[in-house]
Design a protein around this ligand. Sequence first.
Ligand SMILES: [Fe+2]
Length: 407
Amino acid sequence: MLEMQTQSVPVDRALASPRSLRSMRNEGARIAVEFDDGTAGRLSMRWLRLVCECETCGDTASGKRWLAPADVPADVRAASIEISSRETMDVVWQDGHVSRFAAGFLAAHAGQAGDRGAPRFQPALWNSDLSARLGCFAFDAVVEDDEALFQSLRALRDHGIAMLTGVPAEPEATLRVAGRYGLVRETSYGKVFDLISRPDARVAGETARAQIPHTDEPFRYSPPGFIFFHAIRTGAGSGGTSLMVDGFQVAALMRRNTPHLFDRLSRHGVTFHREHAGEVFFSAEAHVISLDASGAVTGMRFNDRCLAPQAGAVEEIDGLIEALAELTRLICDPANQFQHQLQPGEVLVFDNQRVLHGRTEFDPTLAVRHLRSCNLDRDGVHSAFRTLARRFAPEEAEAVLYQGAIF
Ligand SMILES: [Fe+2]
């Protein structure tokens, strides 16, 4: 008689999809499962053996994992399978190992391990219509209430941008609210960076000139993830209007209207650079539009002011410049821009690998413009979202999110 090992049913994943098993059928290399709500699907035996998370096999979420893919024979088969309760299924493998699976876990994966890929999150695209849909959240709420924080993280996931209001002007307040979303990344400018218009500007952000919407620091291998723009002082009425563009929306337009130009930006490397002599010299070659394994847009990096002289064959370079020019036309088109005059106490939070930010020029003699900025690592913000989703919306916790400008 086989001794039943202590099993760890993936409880969180089961919760995401509480369903009961109606029947199952061992088909050798596959198992067919049917649930009480009428849904059904197939799972590969090889997949099923590899996802066992009993004490012997270990647990992939913590990384204390002892079963490796090479340990699962290609022809692995179940000696017996039974529904031990309506919520769990027990499998005894031919080598005597025993696995137990929660019905909800099986339901969440049935079909995917066979025919379809993992469910991918579909971002909500926007253009100048964002004002009607922009998520706005009060400083006090996101600092004190996890559910309000979760709602703002959800807005960031959906639109790549959200607004915080009533944020006090002290640097500690900026750091306190940003710290709720993830680790603040320390850069060569420090943890928080004051962008104040001044005549001896070191970076373009400190001048009063207009800026074409862009992503920040595309010359880094891993550009800043989320950016916080905290308005401390603004010259209302004197220009300096923020121009925000959904890079995914613009990429979708390009893909539809000029697919050959879209292909160039998603397949050819573009080099961005930044050098302050004797101090730093960053240079990165990457795709302006990043695609994931399924071909969906997953990130964007573009800043016209950091484009290095491109290297390559003459025709290729001309084609690339044509594609960059078309992209610039699209991001400068007011129909694709959410325009907003920031007020003191407002913070715009945005995904720097999706949303491009720019501004109109302003008159520096009429008002000093003071924005405070800090950067967060992108995966940390998505981690905060998933962690809170386990509590407030378990069914949303495991979708594959768009992973940024990674290629
Ligand atoms: Fe910028």
